[in-house]
Design a protein around this ligand. Structure first.
Ligand code: HAM
Length: 431
């Protein structure tokens, strides 16, 4: 007898490592975060821009830096039939700058204020708050001068977004990393300081000493911490322009009563920064919710005119993580809705038309019309926590009326269909 064939259990395909679905039950919170970002940015005259998810690899090697982790370790390269060197964008600033040059957006005036929201990709080791696909909300001010009023305004907007989302105890860490005039001197000092102490730093830092010495200050390895404390401090070596710029930025923050921590170790992981750099944290966060700074030479470095700019990116997954961690509750968005229960064929046939009438009157309607029994539809209504149910049966369909039921008190009233939208709105406004 032939052996019974063993049924092979097929493993369901999973999402790629470090990449997540945003499920329907989380869309409300995502929308709330996105709306807060958009509303506040638009108030401050930022205009939306969208750029492709793929860009040429050289856009990032020229801006983030050949030796930056993003370029050396974290790029998702895309194989194309034409062998173009395309990558999934790891961040938005370079793309926005590319688009600004390509489309002559300087014609829009000065400053050009742009925002962008979308997925970014970095090949990282996934861990808490660190994914391979994540979403950023980017804010960029591209201006004809490097006025520190915009450094402060970017920080203010970031904090206002967190405030609108009720995130508690946000804090700003800030530093200035100078410009092409003063940074090379500081760089030399830093190299000299570390040169004789190579055996006291981690292997990555030994490399950084050759390729990107400023990043030594950012190292989180235990072995490097002590030495960092006695390393030269960049703000002590700033040129007159950078010093004044930093002082002005801090004065704007003081004027706005925005507290900040001066963090001499803050250098950020992208090479394009000049002068102000900052990161924003919140109570309970072990990671920055976002960060940014000034990048006065980036546009020039990819073929544009000398155009200073400043911006930041908010990590949306991290913001949502903090909302959960701080247990922030928002008023449910859908409380102004009704649940339609249709019983019998005649009512079911008329129910789609009834929903249309209610939609035209801006009444949000939930339903589970695919279920026939009253009880199962009522169960769905309870699950949706709708404050009112509309009961539409054979008799009501015939008489062109609907029963409104208050789900809390159980009180019911029959209303003519022509008056139903007004009756619903009146009851909802009284809740
Ligand atoms: P960034 O610090 O690389 O800066 O990223 C900004 C924010 O994006 C981080 O603070 C974090 O919230 C989020 N983020 C970064 N990597 C990940 C990840 N692997 N998983 C989850 N979230 C992540 C930039 O990208 C700059 N373009 C910001 C900027 C705009 N500077 C000037 N303008």
């Amino acid at each position: 007898m032939p052996k019974k064939e063993k049924k092979l259990k097929k493993e369901p395909i999973q999402s790629p490592k470090g990449m997540h679905d945003i499920l329907p039950q989380y869309q409300d919170i995502w929308n709330r975060v996105r709306v807060a970002c958009q509303e506040i940015s638009e108030y401050y005259n930022f205009k939306r821009i969208e750029t492709p998810i793929l860009e040429y690899e050289e856009l990032f090697s020229k801006t983030s830096g050949e030796s930056s982790e993003i370029v050396t370790k974290q790029m998702f390269n895309v194989l194309t039939p034409g062998k173009d060197k395309l990558v999934l964008r790891p961040e938005g600033t370079a793309s926005i700058a590319r688009s600004y040059i390509q489309h002559g957006l300087s014609q829009l005036g000065s400053p050009v204020k742009l925002y962008m929201e979308g997925p970014m990709f970095r090949y990282e080791q996934p861990q808490s708050g660190r994914f391979r696909s994540f979403h950023q909300f980017d804010l960029e001010v591209i201006s004809s001068d490097d006025d520190s009023v915009y450094d402060a305004q970017i920080i203010l907007i970031f904090l206002k977004i967190l405030e609108q989302l009720k995130i508690k105890n946000a804090s700003v860490s800030i530093n200035s990393i100078g410009c092409k005039n003063c940074r090379p001197e500081y760089r030399k000092d830093l190299i000299n300081f570390y040169k004789s102490k190579k055996n006291k730093i981690c292997d990555d830092c030994k490399n950084r000493l050759e390729t990107n010495p400023l990043r030594l200050l950012d190292c989180k390895e235990e072995i490097c911490q002590d030495l960092k404390k006695s390393a030269p401090i960049i703000v002590d070596r700033l040129c007159y322009q950078c010093k004044t710029h930093f002082k002005d930025t801090l004065e704007y923050l003081d004027e706005l009563k925005i507290p900040y921590n001066m963090d001499h170790m803050l250098v950020r992981g992208l090479d394009y920064y000049t002068k102000t750099v900052f990161e924003v944290f919140a109570e309970g966060a072990t990671f920055a919710l976002g960060g940014g700074g000034r990048y006065d030479y980036l546009i020039e470095s990819i073929g544009g005119k000398n155009t200073p700019a400043v911006g930041c990116a908010i990590g949306l997954e991290r913001v949502i993580e903090i909302i959960k961690l701080q247990n922030i509750q928002y008023k449910p968005k859908h409380e102004n809705n009704v649940f339609l229960i249709a019983i019998g064929n005649a009512a079911k046939k008329k129910s789609l038309g009834l929903i249309e009438k209610l939609r035209e009157s801006n009444v949000e309607v939930f339903e589970s019309l695919g279920k026939d029994s009253f009880n199962s539809q009522m169960k769905s209504a309870n699950k949706m926590a709708s404050p009112l149910a509309l009961i539409f049966g054979q008799k009501e369909a015939h008489e062109e009326s609907v029963i409104i039921k208050d789900m809390k008190s159980g009180a019911q009233e029959t209303i003519p269909i022509l008056k139903i939208a007004d009756a619903i709105k009146k009851r909802l406004s009284q809740l």
